[in-house]
Design a protein around this ligand. Structure first.
Ligand code: BG6
Length: 493
């Protein structure tokens, strides 16, 4: 019996994808090991990959077998799903490796070999999992190897390090690729929960009418991480929290929260609305930014003893348009903080309270909030004041909560990179960023990048420097939550 054509395995409604040779630059790097290689294995096991081969490229001196070992260890350490040994062997057989220093000839030959194994005329996906400084050299190498024509190219964030370098990188890309070939990735847009913001806002009649400055007091996008720098000092020292997380992930999420309804959930209309948000963003006021550095960062291997790189940043920004003018957006993220979380919290304006008796508790626990958790279970919570049972009128804060676990669909969730790799192979630009949008974000960042406030130390395991409380006052950060998310209750019939 013939094995099934992998293109027939895609679930109904998903466009089949042609066979691909994936050329993975940065194949032994942190991102490839944590996300890309385990992601390809999972996509493959889930029947969502076409027939494919992977040619890994990086600075390490490895052969195919050595690369398979690196990939095997990575999948063991980072796969979200147990990897069946037989399926692993099947995946490993698809891997080949070429050292970057070997130049264009051997790279072209390896891609040709992989293509011949697939047969027919497979497509080529060039994945540039490299820091901004290495992107130009990778593009030249691909061009010299004759791999650019007709290929799909995925570029990692951050796209450049400021407006000037982003423009240069874009010009370099356009010398070799047509815009339609380019997929600028920001993996937060591939998160199920980020896309759920669009579904929640635009597929329901309840919230959109109140989604504006009349009813919303402020918005928080808060992504603290307990994670340390680990082996990434070389990347992180030249990047810092603002470029790594804010101008990229947090701003993209902000656009989903703030954008006007697009005319269709298609690339051009979504991009148009997101870019309108970016155009309405006021330049970042360095006086409304707190930069922090965790204590001990300067002793991490590879970090300068007098490093001014921020491992924490919190700031206020404003979308100056008819929907949002006057509503502060507070953004915060950092490494080695007290907890890891990824939340968006919408604080609604408080109602008049004078009808309630003194001391009854109304307003005591802050405004009512709608909170999105960007974790895989896409949790949502709407908090509100309700009456405490019994005599009198005492009010407590309560919440209505949803989690994907409740609908038993969590297992269908694709990790963000998995979703985006598949979209890129299918030629779908919807969840990718554009040069215009990115350049505008660098433009509004210029005042901060040119005159950054000093980095303030903060203890490992904290919520950042104390100044972060003044930044948001008289409001308060939602995290840490006063009430935990509810655990899933398994209902018995
Ligand atoms: C990456 C950043 O893009 O996103 C990392 O470079 C960060 O510093 C990571 O830790 C967070 O992504 P996630 O999906 O784990 O929330």
């Amino acid at each position: 019996m013939q094995p099934p054509d992998p293109r027939d395995l895609a679930p109904a409604g998903l466009a089949p994808v042609d066979p691909y040779v994936i050329v993975l630059f940065g194949a032994t790097g942190d991102l490839a090991r944590r996300k890309l290689l385990p992601g390809l294995v999972h996509l493959s096991h889930a029947g969502l990959m076409p027939d494919y081969r992977v040619v890994g490229v990086s600075l390490e001196d490895l052969d195919d077998e050595g690369f398979r070992e690196v990939a095997g260890q990575a999948c063991e350490e980072f796969s979200r799903h147990p990897v069946d040994p037989a399926l692993w062997r099947e995946f490993a057989a698809r891997l080949a490796y070429v050292g970057k220093d070997r130049g264009p000839g051997p790279l072209a030959a390896a891609v040709q070999r992989a293509g011949a194994e697939l047969g027919g005329s497979p497509r080529v996906l060039l994945y540039l999992s490299v820091p901004p400084a290495a992107a130009t050299a990778a593009i030249s190498l691909l061009d010299d190897a004759g791999l650019a024509a007709g290929a799909t190219v995925v570029t990692e964030k951050p796209f450049g390090t400021d407006l000037e370098s982003a423009r240069r990188l874009n010009a370099t890309l356009h010398e070799v690729f047509d815009e339609s070939q380019i997929f600028r990735i920001d993996h937060f847009l591939g998160k199920e929960a980020a896309q759920n913001i669009l579904a929640f806002r635009f597929a329901n009649g309840l919230f959109e009418p109140i989604w504006n400055r009349v009813n919303i007091d402020h918005v928080q996008i808060d992504v603290p991480e307990t994670l340390e720098i680990g082996t990434r000092a070389a990347f992180y020292e030249g990047t810092g929290a603002y470029r790594d997380m804010v101008v990229t992930h947090l701003m993209q999420v902000l656009a989903f929260v703030a954008m006007e309804p697009p005319t269709a959930l298609a690339p051009a209309p979504i991009t148009e609305e997101k870019n309108k948000v970016f155009r309405s963003l006021k330049p970042i006021d360095a006086g409304r930014v707190v930069r922090g550095q965790y204590e001990g960062y300067r002793s991490e291997p590879g970090v300068a003893g007098d490093s001014q790189t921020e491992t924490f940043v919190a700031l206020e920004c404003e979308v100056d348009n008819w929907r949002w003018s006057g509503v502060p957006f507070y953004l915060r993220t950092g490494k080695r903080m007290a907890e890891s979380a990824r939340i968006i919290s919408i604080a609604f304006r408080e109602p008049p309270r004078s009808m309630f008796p003194d001391g009854c508790g109304v307003g005591e626990y802050g405004p009512d909030h709608l909170t999105f958790d960007l974790d895989e279970s896409s949790r949502l919570s709407l908090s509100f004041y309700g009456k405490r049972p019994g005599p009198g009128m005492t009010l407590d804060k309560a919440s209505m909560q949803f989690s994907l676990q409740d609908v038993d669909r969590e297992k269908d969730t694709l990790e963000a990179y998995e979703r985006l790799i598949r979209d890129a192979m299918a030629g779908d630009h919807t969840l990718f960023t554009t040069a215009d949008g990115i350049e505008r974000l660098w433009e509004i960042s210029t005042p901060l990048l040119e005159s950054p406030p000093p980095v303030l130390p903060y203890p490992v395991g904290s919520w950042g420097p104390d100044a972060v409380q003044d930044l948001i006052a008289p409001n308060e950060w939602r995290l840490p939550f006063a009430r935990r998310w509810r655990e899933l209750r398994i209902s018995s019939v």
